[in-house]
Design a protein around this ligand. Sequence first.
Ligand code: ADP
Ligand code: GLC
Length: 495
Amino acid sequence: MRVLFVSPEVFPLVKTGGLGDVAGALPVALQAAGADLRLLMPAYGGTRAATNAKPVAALGDPFGLGETVVLQGRLPGNGLKVWLVDNPALFDRPGGPYQDSDGLDWADNDLRFALLAWAAARLSQPSSPLAWKPDILHGHDWQCGLAGAYLQAWGGPRPGIVFTIHNMAFQGLFPSSLMPRIGLPWSLYTMAGCEFWDQLSYLKAGLVYADRLTTVSPSYAGEIQLPAGGFGLEGVLAERAAILSGILNGADYRIWDPATDGELSRRYGAEEVAAGKAANKAVIQAELGLSADPEATLLVVVSRLSDQKGMDLLLAAIPAALAQGAQLALLGSGERPYEQALLALAEARPTQVAVRIGYSEPLAHRLQAAGDVLVMPSRFEPCGLTQIYALRYGTVPVVRRTGGLADTVVDATYDSMLQGTATGFVFDQPTAAQLQWSLERAIGLYRRRPQWLQLQRQGMAQSFTWEKAAEAYLDLYREIRPVGISVKSSRRAQV
Ligand code: ADP
Ligand code: GLC
């Protein structure tokens, strides 16, 4: 089974959130489970050197922006083969993969991700300049959405197409005038195609031209078929419900395990969780200027600062938790008003609240180890990896019952504590009052150490492995056949 796995971000090369973690780990698990896989992503600045990539094929100049070349390298750490779409005018620039260093979207994201999708489609054709051709083209999020549209437009044999939705809120909407610019025929610009309320939708293209759709948790697969979760595309998804499934993400425990995590002041397993966390907490309190109080419940947040993540709920509920003696340590970046409100809170209560605006992989690990509670009051959450990592670090999650949060955290009730299944605190409605009540429950239980330890250990014993998810994806790949390619003629040489 040859799989071309296309993603706009891949950890450790480029990461803005959970998709980076997924694309850095799922391909490794798929390969280990027997798939023959190539990872395809843009050649952002620095990726060429990091993967030691060399040119293997020229793809021409479809958009008149200079020659596009495919580079082949290896992913650091695991040696997975990675193909970089090299077009310096579009991808080689300082800043993030989607935004400049001031947080503004790149003005040419339409062309950048049309080219990524175009390259994926081109490498999936029998006439691709590379000998290795995929049986399955697996793309992720709107940035890869147009790949199926190109293959539809070009006709002829093609691989089976799987499209994975990581977030319905990001759709890649652009003016329709782009169609000819990126070489797509008007015949695809219809309600049944990639038109969405008079605009070209890269996400909708991903949804309508795939053979199978997946999303990253079973609950989210249901939610996106309803108006509250579909962001206008619920009808398209409900219509395609028969080919839509939710496959829960895994965690890469080689990177997220407190027993081996090189970022921590002190490593620990489930047996030493109390002492291990106390040591990490004392170091973080000193480093962030919080009072050196081992008894204060340390609430941590590692998050994009957005409405999705319920940052308004956090701001409204946190004063009551602070009044009960809790501390808050937050790492995040995103919408300016949230950044400013959080910084103001930290300035007003410097020994109780510490806020770091920015992106820091090491600090994210150290907060997971130091925290007593991870707060994640998301309005919606396709899967969420942060709470899955928190469970492994013995950091008890307080989450809203939505999407992947509902599928991964078990509320601590009298019964679930007795049965030994409780792993965190889960509230139903996205209101400050419900979050506040859940935080109070958490702070209250933290003072009852034997029960708290039980909750931590139950969380640490959970295992959300990529091996399990990879098997589910492979089963799905096996269900679909390439279109117009006989099995015999698709058996080609390897690059
Ligand atoms: P999402 O993808 O919606 O942002 P996830 O919980 O799936 O949410 O994944 C978030 C990932 O990004 C986690 O690996 C988390 O540790 C990381 N992360 C989020 N914000 C930051 C930050 N400011 N600094 C470092 N890592 C962050
Ligand atoms: C998206 C979602 C998040 C999910 C991640 C990886 O960023 O917001 O819930 O965990 O993708 O699938």
